[in-house]
Design a protein around this ligand. Sequence first.
Ligand SMILES: Cc1cc2nc3c(=O)[nH]c(=O)nc-3n(C[C@H](O)[C@H](O)[C@H](O)COP(=O)(O)OP(=O)(O)OC[C@H]3O[C@@H](n4cnc5c(N)ncnc54)[C@H](O)[C@@H]3O)c2cc1C
Length: 312
Amino acid sequence: MVRQEETLVLIVGAGPAGLAISACLSVKSIPFIVLEREDCHNSLWKKRAYDRCHLHLAKEFCSLPLMSPGPKARKYMPKDDFVRYIDDYVEHFKIRPRYYHCVEFASFNEAKGKWQVEAKDTLSNAITIFISTFLVIATGENGKAVIPNIAGLEDFKGDVIHSSQYKCGSKYKDKKVLVVGCGNSGMEISYDLANYGANTSIVIRNPVLPGISRIFENSVLFEDQCEAHFDAIIFATGYKNTTCEWLKDYDYILNDNGYLKNCFPNHWKGKNRLYCAGLSRMGLLGVSNDAVAIVDDIQAILRDWAGRGMKF
Ligand SMILES: Cc1cc2nc3c(=O)[nH]c(=O)nc-3n(C[C@H](O)[C@H](O)[C@H](O)COP(=O)(O)OP(=O)(O)OC[C@H]3O[C@@H](n4cnc5c(N)ncnc54)[C@H](O)[C@@H]3O)c2cc1C
């Protein structure tokens, strides 16, 4: 039998955005449930960030609402310090996410005026239907790793990984490693590899340096027709948000790549009391600002309803 549960606010995702919303709702005594598909909160930082990862922005810009990392925290927090800060945040606000709950479908029921959200328990495969008045999407911009379709990639005999699987360069000592992509992750992973004694090359696709034309069993052919041998390829080629795979009729708020359609500062509010937190490409500062704005909006609606004697 499919279980059904009702709540005022349903939050999907227990990363920094979902946790920030939870804390802001808690202090206003607004009931909520937060669903997380993984076995822990802050899973991106706990499971998919490399060992040497530091916050790229100073701590003032990476603080969640209502509790800062404190004066003793380092200016550019290392990953482990940030993970500890978020663990303390969860404990302080007594946030209890429902782990192993992967949201697979959500739609607005016009007749009932409520959201209907289906979540699969990834341990038992049981489905629970959550009915909520407000729905907050806090699934992050890094939901799914993206590896581009390059001819011959499946033939490559060496290691092929995405940056989200990279931990440290110890196993690449003396190996020829190609890093594809030169954002923060690509640059930092290349530096880490070099420190561990790997022979590292970076592909930066621009008019000066060539992109990849084709991959063979042990080598890569570049667009300038140069071919070079590699033992491993690490794709630091980004991520995509996966919400459009399960949110019905999302196109008033998200495009097909899961990016917000509305521009800052009106990006976080959708129709029918749907909100998006942390999808504005403004990192943790955006997460924090969105959380405060969304919870203020929810509170204003509830006050208005209460003033008009409406039940919710
Ligand atoms: C390597 C790396 C370094 C970064 N460094 C910085 C930095 O220095 N400064 C900065 O501001 N930002 C940085 N970022 C950006 C990063 O996106 C934010 O720091 C932060 O993690 C965003 O929080 P979030 O809650 O929006 O998303 P996430 O942390 O991605 O959390 C989303 C959560 O939603 C869950 N989820 C997704 N889909 C579902 C579903 N269908 N059902 C249930 N749960 C679901 C996920 O499992 C995840 O736990 C970095 C990102 C990466 C990858």
